[in-house]
Design a binder for this molecule. Structure first.
Ligand code: 173
Length: 318
């Protein structure tokens, strides 16, 4: 259908423009349905499908069971999937600098206003053939969760589940690291192959990890980025109305990032009710923890590209 109308449009010398037929995008999420980091995506998809009748629809073909989280970047890059809900930490194989998004201290709204959005979009387009549509997750920090207590910012002797998000930080603090997709955390905890895991403030109870978790280490660090990315050929084939619809939808869902500090509080209360105790690092240990997060985080980006690290730092942390 799409190809036929494109050929017709070319033959007739008209552009698809605002008159393109309704297009259905194939969507996928790297987070399981009904969990914290899939909810904003679901809200976005529902908004698009409600507001985009006759223009554009999104059909979510599956979650992490359909496309493994560390492969979803490839799937969008190659066009197997048109649009994905995914954190940049899952596609560092294609865009290592994407890991800088967690280092943002400002919001996506700030980044749209100061030009950072264009820089991040340009990197995504050039390095992985995707359009960077936008970001959820602002205002949600990451934490370390443990089955054994620690007394200081020292992770030596502990085996910790990570993703690229926590890797540089936890390694510098002496942790022994194993990388897994979220779907493998429960079994690793149950079997005792890990002593803890990095994860955001939200979502610990979603997959039952609270049953195996004894402690949350505070303070949190970094800021979650769960991004919406679109295959660039798909994007370039859309008409203006279709692009505008996606952009309106993403800005609508981004406005909901403001709810996150309240949701974090609710999640901490649920963690406490589930028996998860808080270990709060203070004084010099807190400093060491937070300094390791920031310095090791930026050092890892600079090791990829000093130039991009400098540009990203200038607009993500102002
Ligand atoms: O821990 C993770 O799997 C991870 O990197 C992440 C990032 C953003 C949201 C949730 C998890």
């Amino acid at each position: 259908m799409k190809r036929t109308s494109l050929c017709l449009a070319l033959l007739l010398g008209t552009s698809l423009g605002a008159h393109a037929d309704e297009v259905t995008l194939r969507g996928a999420s790297s987070f399981a349905a009904d969990t914290a980091f899939d909810r904003p995506f679901k809200a976005f998809v529902d908004w698009i499908n409600e507001n985009g009748e006759g223009v554009l629809q999104i059909n979510v073909v599956g979650g992490p069971e359909a496309v493994p989280p560390f492969e979803i970047g490839n799937a969008v890059s190659s066009g197997v999937i048109d649009i994905a809900n995914v954190t940049a930490a899952f596609y560092t194989n294609l865009l290592p600098e994407g890991d800088a998004l967690k280092l943002a201290t400002n919001t996506i709204q700030d980044q749209r206003a100061n030009g950072c959005y264009e820089l991040v979009d340009q990197l995504h387009q050039e390095k992985m053939n995707v359009k960077y549509l936008g970001r959820t997750g602002d205002g949600i920090p990451f934490h370390l969760y443990l089955t054994k207590p620690i007394e200081s910012a020292d992770l030596s002797g502990l085996t910790i589940r990570t993703t690229p998000v926590y890797q540089a930080m936890f390694q510098s603090l002496g942790g022994n690291l194993v990388r897994t997709a979220p779907g493998d955390v429960y079994t690793a905890l149950e079997r005792g192959t890990i002593d803890g895991y990095g994860w955001p403030a939200q979502g610990v109870l979603d997959l039952g990890w609270d049953e195996q978790t004894k402690y949350r280490v505070d303070p949190g660090f970094y800021q979650v980025d769960v991004d919406l990315i679109v295959n660039l050929d798909t994007w370039n084939g859309l008409g203006d109305e279709q692009k505008a619809l996606l952009q309106r939808g993403v800005e609508w869902v981004e406005a909901k990032n403001a709810d996150n500090s309240k949701i974090n509080e609710d999640e901490f209360a649920k963690q406490a009710d589930a028996g998860i105790e808080t270990i709060t690092l203070e004084g010099a240990e807190r400093e060491k923890w937070l300094t390791a997060a920031q310095e090791e985080g930026w050092k890892a980006i600079a090791a990829v590209s000093a130039d991009n690290a400098e540009k990203l730092r200038a607009c993500l942390t102002n």
